[in-house]
Design a protein around this ligand. Structure first.
Ligand code: DC
Length: 226
C-alpha cells in the first residue's frame, strides 16, 4: 500500500501555522488538517452539553461520541460538529481557553491522535498543530516549527478575530496567548515542542506569501514535488 506523505507544521498560536498550512496544501494539492480545530470542537461540545470541563472522564466521553468533519468551501474550510457548522463558534475566546485545557487530558489526546492518523490515510496531508512532528507523525516527510514574537502573534490573532466579528483588545490577546503558550508547553502529555529534526522559521517579519514560499521550497527539496 502506498504511504501517504505528511508535512507537519507546529508552533504556538498566531505563529502563522493555519494560514501557511492552508495555502501550502492548496498549492501542492495536499489535504489540509487543522488539529487545533479538533480540540476546539471537543471543548465546544462539552460546553454545549453543559459538562464540567474540569471533569476529564466526562470530557473524554464527549471526545468519543462527537463526529468532526472538515469540508472545503468557498471561504476555505468549514468545520462541522455533529453535522452542525461550528466554524465561527470554535473561534470564540472562551473556546481558546477551554480547548487548551481539554487538550491537556490524556484521554482526549489519545482519541484525537487516532482520528488524526486515520484522517491522514485519506491522502497526502499538511497537518498543523502542536505535536504533529513530535507525536502524531514522528516520521513526517518534512517538519516545520513556526515561531514569532508575542506582540506580532497577538496582532495577527486580533485581526483574525475581527474578521470573524469578535472584538478583543490587544492587551487581552497578549495575556490570553501568553497563558495559553505556557499551559500548552508545560503540560505532561504531548507538550508544544519543536521536534529535533524540524526546521524552525521565525515569521515575525515575514509576509504570508513569504512563509508559504519558504515552506514550499523546503517541500520541493525534501519531497521532490514537481
Ligand atoms: O491551534 P489552535 O489555537 O486552534 O489550538 C487550540 C488549542 O488546542 C491549543 O491551545 C492547544 C491545543 N492543541 C493541541 O494541544 N495539539 C494540537 N495538535 C493542536 C492544538
Amino acid at each position: 500500500m502506498k504511504r501517504h506523505r505528511v508535512i507537519a507544521i507546529d508552533g504556538p498560536a498566531g505563529s502563522g501555522k493555519s494560514s501557511t498550512a492552508k495555502h501550502l496544501a492548496e498549492k501542492i494539492g495536499f489535504i489540509y488538517m487543522d488539529t487545533g480545530a479538533m480540540y476546539r470542537s471537543v471543548a465546544l461540545a462539552a460546553v454545549k452539553k453543559g459538562i464540567d470541563t474540569n471533569d476529564q472522564d466526562a470530557v473524554g466521553k464527549i471526545a468519543d461520541l462527537i463526529e468532526i468533519d472538515m469540508i472545503p468551501d468557498d471561504d476555505g474550510y468549514k468545520f462541522l460538529l455533529n453535522k452542525e457548522d461550528v466554524s465561527m463558534a470554535i473561534r470564540e475566546p472562551l473556546i481558546d481557553r477551554l480547548s487548551s485545557l481539554v487538550s491537556s487530558y490524556k484521554v482526549v489526546r489519545e482519541k484525537m491522535v487516532d482520528l488524526q492518523r486515520r484522517f491522514a490515510l485519506k491522502g497526502d496531508v499538511v497537518a498543523e498543530g502542536r505535536d504533529m512532528g513530535t507525536v502524531v507523525f514522528p516520521h513526517a516527510d518534512l517538519k516545520i516549527f513556526l515561531v514569532a514574537d508575542l506582540e506580532t502573534r497577538a496582532i495577527r490573532r486580533c485581526r483574525q478575530m475581527e474578521n470573524s466579528g469578535i472584538q478583543i483588545s490587544l492587551d487581552e490577546q497578549v495575556a490570553s496567548l501568553s497563558s495559553r503558550d505556557l499551559f500548552d508547553s508545560s503540560r505532561t502529555h504531548s507538550p508544544l515542542k519543536k521536534a529535533d529534526d524540524a526546521v524552525e522559521i521565525d515569521t515575525t517579519d515575514m509576509s504570508l506569501n513569504g512563509q508559504v514560499e519558504k515552506v514550499f521550497q523546503l517541500a520541493l527539496d525534501k519531497l521532490g514535488l514537481e
